[in-house]
Write a protein that binds this ligand. Structure first.
Ligand code: HEC
Ligand code: HEC
Length: 437
């Protein structure tokens, strides 16, 4: 009865339930919380539907505790961490989730706060004006910035800020995606430019500092107690999120594969190639499940090989940077420039900065200087943390500024920006692998 492993009837039932919950999620955001839907406890491995199948969270606490202060507003504006980090979509938030919150609440959900409007003084005099004032947030992009200090190796030489986001000769404002708040047991950096860990690699301290800053900042609250911040940081550290089921390949743990959040939770931090799908290499159609499911499984294994292997065109591999085994973060916490801040990839609404090196007088354009915003170093320009790739299909769009709408676009970005070269078949295989993470 291997056939039944491909699409277990239970899986279909769960997927239906997951669909209901995914659809209910914006309502939960508007009228209550996901905690009410689940009575405070989300069972481990509870499936939530996405484009490629289902994904789930496994917590070392035995269940996902939706009563943790992470899920409860801590400030004065009604926002909680969950306002922007939804468990049902990979602990981030998609444009559709923001859009639905807007539609269901006429733009009155706490996420619609001037802090994350296109500019600091948004026109909210009518529903139409409000929609326009939150056009970037409705794309899943949050206004974030930092000051260019006099000690920095570079200065802002010129800038173009079409939405009045707050750029100035001494201030960078950019639009960023929320990172996933999971898989920190194999992480070294907290924040897109390591702003919370700042090179220390101390993830617990980074999570603690991040929660502290968010509660006084995005939640406009008084300083939280150390006990509250510890509770949030410890909770986040216990969460593993990954794809668990694929519509076309079935369970990602079938026939020796090691996918899914429970295996990820037990994965130690180590450097090396992904081996989740080694058991599916050259799988003979019909030997594990249905012939079509087995062909998909073999494709996922081919994609894993492509990810791990050096590309002949540029002598680099995806795994060269995404080198934490079966997670895809960088095991040493290194940050890289993959070209996502380049002017040629700039989308409507994004500010553009011309930075000038104060010593060499060389200039370069960027939509977001990344690590250089914290270190002040010219060589850190446009460098960002290497994020975990697990469960990534649940939380499009991709890169710090959301310039890739889906995983195919993310791979194509690497072909344009870093000279990776793939045939159509190879690209499809690679995407099939990314969708199974
Ligand atoms: C208004 C939306 C919003 C709220 C509310 C919010 N976040 Fe975030 N979060 C973001 C964005 C945007 C980023 C990426 C910012 C960056 O790194 O520049 C982020 C990044 C993070 C990161 C970094 C993850 C990583 O992989 O490096 C952590 C951890 C985090 N948030 C935790 C929290 C916690 C805990 C709370 C509640 C105390 C919270 N967030 C509330 C939007 C939000
Ligand atoms: C030079 C190091 C490097 C290489 C090579 C590399 N990546 Fe990345 N990857 C990163 C960094 C750093 C980021 C975040 C960059 C940003 O947002 O600006 C990232 C982001 C991503 C994202 C989006 C993650 C998210 O949460 O938005 C995907 C998907 C991805 N990489 C897949 C790949 C694939 C597939 C390859 C091979 C074709 C690859 N990467 C090669 C360093 C690298």
């Amino acid at each position: 009865m291997t056939r039944s492993m491909t699409r277990p009837p239970a899986g279909i039932l769960l997927a239906t339930l997951a669909l209901a919950c995914t659809l209910a999620s914006p309502v939960a955001g508007a009228e209550g919380s996901i905690a009410e839907l689940f009575d405070g406890r989300l069972p481990n491995n509870f499936p939530f539907l996405n484009n490629a199948g289902t994904a789930a969270t496994f917590s070392t606490a035995g269940f996902v505790d939706l009563t943790n202060p992470f899920h409860v507003p801590q400030g004065t504006n009604g926002r909680s961490c969950e306002s922007c980090h939804l468990p049902q979509v990979g602990w981030s938030i998609r444009p559709i989730d923001v859009e639905l919150k807007f539609l269901l609440t006429q733009g009155n959900d706490p996420i619609f706060n001037a802090l994350d409007a296109n500019n600091p003084n948004p026109d909210v005099s009518s529903l139409q004006a409000k929609r326009a004032s939150y056009s970037m947030l409705r794309k899943g992009l949050f206004r974030r910035g930092g000051a260019i200090q006099p000690t920095f190796e570079f200065e802002i030489f010129a800038f173009d800020d079409p939405l009045g986001a707050g750029a100035s000769p001494t201030q960078v404002q950019a639009f960023r995606r929320p990172l996933a708040t999971a898989n920190f047991h194999i992480a070294k950096n907290i924040g897109w430019h390591d702003q919370n860990t700042n090179g220390s690699g101390d993830v617990y301290a980074g999570l603690f500092a991040q929660a502290d800053g968010n509660i006084t900042g995005a939640q406009q609250g008084p300083r939280a107690t150390p006990a509250t911040l510890d509770s949030i940081a410890t909770y986040e550290l216990g969460l593993a999120f990954a794809q668990q089921f694929s519509f076309s390949a079935g369970l990602l743990t079938a026939c020796g594969a090691k996918g899914g959040p429970e295996n990820l939770s037990a994965q130690p931090s180590a450097k090396g190639p992904f081996d989740l799908f080694d058991a599916w290499k050259n799988l003979r159609p019909g030997s594990c499940g249905t012939r079509s499911a087995d062909r998909k499984r073999a494709q996922i294994a081919r994609g894993q090989d492509i990810f791990n292997s050096v590309n002949a065109n540029n002598n680099r591999s995806c795994n060269g940077c995404h080198d934490a085994v079966n997670n895809g973060s960088n095991v040493d916490g290194r940050l890289f420039d993959v070209g996502a801040s380049q002017a040629r990839f700039r989308k409507a609404g994004m500010p553009l900065y011309t930075m000038r090196n104060k010593t060499t007088l060389l200039t370069r354009e960027t939509t977001d200087p990344g690590r250089a915003l914290r270190s002040g170093r010219w060589t850190d320009m446009d460098r960002f943390k290497t994020p975990s790739l697990r469960g990534i299909v649940a939380r499009a769009p991709y890169f710090h500024n959301g310039i890739a709408a889906n995983l195919t676009e993310a791979v194509r970005h690497y072909e344009t920006a870093l000279e990776f070269k793939y045939s159509d078949q190879e690209r499809e295989d690679l995407v099939a692998f990314l969708e199974a993470l």
